[in-house]
Design a protein around this ligand. Structure first.
Ligand code: 87F
Length: 515
């Protein structure tokens, strides 16, 4: 495969290394614990937490990562939700090949142009050069649309609504980060074609709402729904809508998922036409939309803490971990039985519960281990609990300890898990909101940017002005750009001017540094 190697050495977590960030003393008793603190050295903390939390293993090709079962199960839970929702919308799953012939890739040349350096190519089989090199899909427009052209003939062939769950490869050169920016990643990509623009417009927003729900209801991460600027939209499309998240620790916005209306650009290029009811030839209106495994990375960044991952109950493959706490002379078998019974009761009620009976680890070690992995609720059962017919529950998010009578276990655990889910969202929202700053002038903008804010400013909506903002904010930390113009627009009082150009403002727009 061509594409060259990345120039920067990749940051890999090293166990308990000093240098770089300040080292935290590792818990002596357990040998667990992170060497970096989230607020002191965020980058190293993140690399360490995804590995120690058993989500990721680094691989010997830069920018490629092994997604371990602990992370894959989160992906699968979101996949189950999203897949069921799009099926309700009559969108069907399919699978197109991984490989793209150079011919069709060329067809999309104008839009591919900026992306070309990221396309990876297969040039050999065994020792022999391929007669024609074959590209690996970075996205599937050029793979799919020739067949849309073939399959769409009359208006009865529309709408055509397909989705595929697959991997894509983009040979990125800037700082690879697990989940956030990797050279191969998983996503779903939806590609739909309609007879009318209004059907396409409606679907763009219906999908965007599903993306909002993935972030807010599953990942417990607040997002802003909005529209991308002309500079930031997918160049091949008509307009791009997005859900934007924010990482307070780095003061950076992050594009959560995008839903594009492609207009008729691709139907022009690929001749996706149909005979309408009047017997006239018409071009299809198209959309495309995707969310990726990046969602998992944003979740780790937003909720994780100095003890490790913090998983929202709705996406945790283990929601409750039950840990026996035997004592020298205590009724060990009785404790084990109570643990088994607890797992069974919870499982029967649809709660994802497991017990950790390993006898080569102490209860204290297990506490740290499952905290590192972010399990939302821990249940400890010791002699005293057994005697009182209760269990002790400990929340991962707050550390709060609650004694629960075994008689009402299911109802109470359900309630606590709901509260954790809710509280993670509320805390994340408060933190995010504290980082939002409304500004009116350039000076206020520069000051807020220095404070790593997500900035809401009145803007004239001109491409040249956005380019100018980028140029004027260029620096070590990276330039500021527009994140999105929120769908919910605050009022713009008569006479409001653009923060950057002084021209009349057309819309409120979020700005900031971003991933
Ligand atoms: C990298 C290499 C080649 C992004 C690329 O967002 C091509 C591309 O077309 C490329 N990186 N894009 C834009 C993808 C647009 C669109 N595709 C379908 C989506 C949603 C899913």
């Amino acid at each position: 495969m061509a594409g060259g190697d990345n120039k920067k050495a990749e940051k890999k977590p090293k166990a308990n290394v000093s240098g770089g960030g300040k080292k935290k003393e590792v818990k002596k008793e357990t040998g667990l614990g992170l060497s970096f603190k989230k607020d002191e050295n965020f980058g190293e903390w993140y690399s360490e937490v995804v590995v120690s939390g058993e989500m990721i293993e680094y691989y010997d090709i830069s920018g490629c990562y092994i997604i371990r079962p602990w992370a894959m199960s989160i992906w699968e839970i979101m996949q189950t939700f999203f897949d069921a929702e799009i099926k309700k919308m009559k969108i069907k799953n399919c699978y197109f090949p991984l490989f793209v012939s150079p011919g069709v890739l060329e067809k999309e040349k104008d839009h591919i142009e900026g992306f070309a350096p990221e396309v990876a190519w297969v040039t050999k089989s065994g020792q022999s050069d391929l007669e024609v090199p074959i590209a690996i899909r970075p996205t599937s427009e050029t793979v799919m649309y020739p067949y849309y052209s073939k399959w769409i003939r009359g208006h009865r062939d529309l709408p055509l609504k397909l989705n595929q769950w697959c991997n894509v490869v983009r040979w990125e050169f800037s700082n690879p980060t697990p989940f956030i920016r990797s050279r191969e990643f998983l996503w779903q990509e939806g590609h739909t074609a309609f007879a009318t623009k209004s059907e396409a417009d409606t679907e763009v927003l219906d999908i965007l709402e599903l993306y909002r729900r993935i972030y807010e209801e599953f990942m417990a991460i607040p997002v802003i729904k909005g529209k991308k600027s002309e500079l930031e939209k997918f160049a091949g499309g008509l307009y791009t809508t997005t859900v934007e998240a924010f990482v307070p620790n780095t003061g950076r916005g992050i594009q959560g998922a995008t839903s594009h209306c492609l207009g008729q650009n691709f139907s022009n290029m690929f001749d996706i036409t149909f005979e309408n009811e009047k017997g006239e030839k018409a071009k299809a209106w198209q959309n495309s939309w995707a969310y990726t495994t990046r969602t998992i990375g944003v979740m780790v960044m937003v909720h994780g803490d100095d003890k490790g991952l913090v998983l929202p109950p709705k996406v945790a493959s283990v929601q409750v971990i039950v840990i026996p706490v035997p004592y020298k002379d205590a009724d060990t078998q009785g404790i084990f039985d109570a643990c088994n019974a607890t797992v069974e009761t919870l499982s029967e009620a649809g709660i994802r519960a497991e017990a950790d009976f390993r006898d080569n680890y102490s209860p204290g070690w297990k506490y740290s281990h499952w905290e590192m992995k972010g399990v939302p609720l821990r249940i400890e059962i010791g002699p005293k609990d057994l005697a009182n017919n209760q269990v002790r529950a400990v929340r991962r998010d707050s550390g709060a300890k609650i004694d629960l009578p075994r008689a009402s276990l299911v109802e109470q655990v359900k309630e606590i898990l709901d509260k954790i889910q809710e509280s993670l969202f509320e805390v994340a929202k408060q933190r995010r909101d504290a980082c939002i700053q409304t500004v009116k002038t350039w000076d206020e903008f520069v000051e807020a940017l220095g404070q790593r804010k997500m900035i809401l400013a009145p803007w004239c909506d001109e491409v040249e002005v956005e380019k100018d903002v980028k140029a004027r904010t260029k620096g070590e930390m990276g330039a500021a750009k527009s994140l999105c113009s929120p769908m919910e627009q605050p009022e713009i009082p008569e006479g409001t001017i653009c923060f950057a150009s002084g021209k009349p403002a057309k819309k409120w727009t979020y700005w900031g540094r971003s991933y």
